[in-house]
Write a protein that binds this ligand. Sequence first.
Ligand SMILES: Nc1ncnc2c1ncn2[C@@H]1O[C@H](COP(=O)(O)OP(=O)(O)OP(=O)(O)O)[C@@H](O)[C@H]1O
Ligand SMILES: [Mg+2]
Length: 333
Amino acid sequence: MPSSVMPMINPTDGRPPAAAISATGLRKSYGDKTVLDGIDLHVPAGSIFALLGPNGAGKTTAVKILSTLITADGGQVRVGGHDLTAEAQAVRAAIGVTGQFSAVDGLITGEENMLLMADLHHLSRQEGRRVTAELLQRFDLTEAAKKPASTYSGGMKRRLDIAMTLVGAPRIIFLDEPTTGLDPRSRHTMWGIIRELVTGGVTVFLTTQYLEEADQLADRIAVLHDGKIAAEGTAEELKRLVPGGHVRLRFTDPAAYRAAAAALTGAAHDDEALALQLPSDGSQRALRSVLDRLDSTGVEADELTVHTPDLDDVFFALTAAAPVPAQPKESAR
Ligand SMILES: Nc1ncnc2c1ncn2[C@@H]1O[C@H](COP(=O)(O)OP(=O)(O)OP(=O)(O)O)[C@@H](O)[C@H]1O
Ligand SMILES: [Mg+2]
């Protein structure tokens, strides 16, 4: 495994790695405003976890608590195997944080920013220079290294930000909106960097406004809304939560189309396109049932497509102004 960071393997018994981050009943209020209303989070080591939520949902608040920058009002949290309150120092040693707003000092060069971080991590002069050169190279900043950081583009600053976070070789990294404001190419570069980190055994906890980003990167996604986790799961699991998924079957032979239409009750007919559309959650079981019904009539579709709602559908459904009902679908429109 190519790695400059240690994977989180429990050295004592070699069992699968424990949770890198686990929080139960996490609470935080500002005055009478409840920002986090008892949330649970569980992030396995070596995975990417995305916390998704609209502006003001409490994403940054959660990151700040988990990274010991502010204290929670309640809840139990372990990060990197350490209790957040009792062993804050050990937690700090295990993590790196790239805040929502840049920590880069524009008045000094990129290289000087890096060396400053190396000093903060008590690296020797020689080691500091080595790590700095290696990271600047890795983040394609070698050429710009000697220029004041204020002259960097947004994407370069963001890369420098993350490079600075990596100086201490953290096992767990918090990235608060790592790609906000970046153009599509820089965003893809950043995704590559994040994936590479995880390949090296690092755990990444990121927040994002971009559903596509969570979809692309995250092993698990939690949607934060109204102080609670409105939904949690893989991108695919979340997409199945909202209605709108369907299976579409297209035929070229009108006779086959008619036979299938007769067999598949409940399907919407598109006579012009010779297509049938059936509501479906896109699961294996649902697909099999459709295919079995087709098989039993002895016809074959020429094309089968599964449409699952995308994360946008999920996000808007879960973070709509009205609270999500505990028992959905009762007053489905
Ligand atoms: N120090 C503070 N004092 C008072 N209220 C605060 C403080 N920090 C955050 N808040 C409030 O807590 C809520 C959550 O803020 P937070 O920054 O965590 O949201 P966010 O999800 O990161 O939003 P964004 O997407 O805009 O970054 C907001 O209503 C904010 O105004
Ligand atoms: Mg924020």
